[in-house]
Design a protein around this ligand. Structure first.
Ligand code: GUN
Length: 287
């Protein structure tokens, strides 16, 4: 079998186009411009690339994009004061504090200082609780993007066996909640799971978010399964830097029914969903 490739790049372009259409309608009919503030502390190279891309795509969708770049040694009080200022700024509807923060800053404290209504990452403890209890919340962008691609591919996910490999707060746990919300039977597996290949082979839907380059091989995948690869790992191969997922694409694509590539799968969907969440936050704030 050769898997169908789920084209996240094209899907994300479509989501961004739909967001841009809504934004121009909001402006024309209500004089409203959704605003997203991104806060970056320090100079982590990968975070700088993400923040630049977020700013660029926010502007391209017609929204207001504001960036705050702070020194790596910024103290907690300064960062919390900035968050408070953004919470009170009526032109800002979404606030994203780029993670990871430098070690001397308490990420939980900072994230929970964001107004939950402006928490477009969906990381605030209130949004985590709302999602966990099936109530209206801000949904974390990467799992939301994965769910959109799965719904598009399958229609209903009801009754399917879903295995989420990875238990992070950003991807694994919210992904499991979303799949449960769509009536899947959900297993969360991780690097310490016993008989991992056997557990993964039960999956009709496999979401790999474990952060280990090419860990999941074709032999661990149920024939015909849908594989969503959240991993973005930089490796050196043949003297070149290469981007690979958590799934070994060459062997997995021979077994799976459908698979997301890296790059061009989940990655572009994350920013598209961030824009969609910012638009949602703006609409909710203005009734
Ligand atoms: N770092 C890596 N992914 C993310 C994300 O989705 N949101 C934030 N705030 N930081 C990240």
């Amino acid at each position: 079998m050769t898997a169908k490739i789920i084209d996240g790049k094209a899907f994300a372009a479509d989501v961004r186009a739909r967001v841009a259409t809504h934004v121009s309608r909001l402006q024309a009919e209500h004089g409203l411009t959704p605003g997203l503030a991104v806060v970056l502390v320090g100079e982590d190279p990968a975070s700088q690339v993400y923040v630049r891309n977020k700013g660029k795509q926010t502007k391209e969708s017609g929204m207001l994009s504001v960036e705050h770049r702070l020194d790596p040694d910024t103290d907690e009080a300064t960062l919390l004061a900035l968050v408070e200022q953004l919470n009170n700024d009526p032109t800002i509807h979404g606030i994203l504090v780029q993670l990871p923060l430098p070690d001397h800053l308490d990420s939980d404290l900072v994230i929970n200082a964001i107004d939950p209504a402006k928490d477009v990452d969906g990381f605030h403890i209130s949004n985590v609780g709302l999602l966990g209890t099936g109530q209206k919340s801000m949904v974390p962008c990467t799992p939301l993007g994965c769910l959109m691609m799965l719904r598009d591919h399958h229609g209903s996910l009801s009754g399917m066996n879903a295995v989420v490999l990875g238990r992070s707060n950003i991807v694994g746990k919210p992904m499991a909640q979303l799949l449960l919300g769509d009536s899947c039977t959900v297993t969360i597996a991780h690097s310490r799971t016993k008989d991992l290949p056997e557990v993964l082979r039960r999956a009709d839907i496999l979401v790999a978010a474990v952060g280990r380059p090419e860990m999941v091989v074709g032999d661990w995948i149920r024939p015909g399964a849908t594989v969503i690869d959240v991993g973005i790992n930089r490796i050196e191969r043949d003297g070149k830097t290469k981007l690979v997922g958590d799934v070994d694409f060459a062997s997995a694509s021979q077994v799976a029914g459908a698979i997301t590539p890296v790059p061009g799968g989940v990655g572009p969907m994350t920013i598209a969903c961030l824009l969609a969440n910012t638009l949602t936050a703006c609409c909710r704030a203005n009734g």
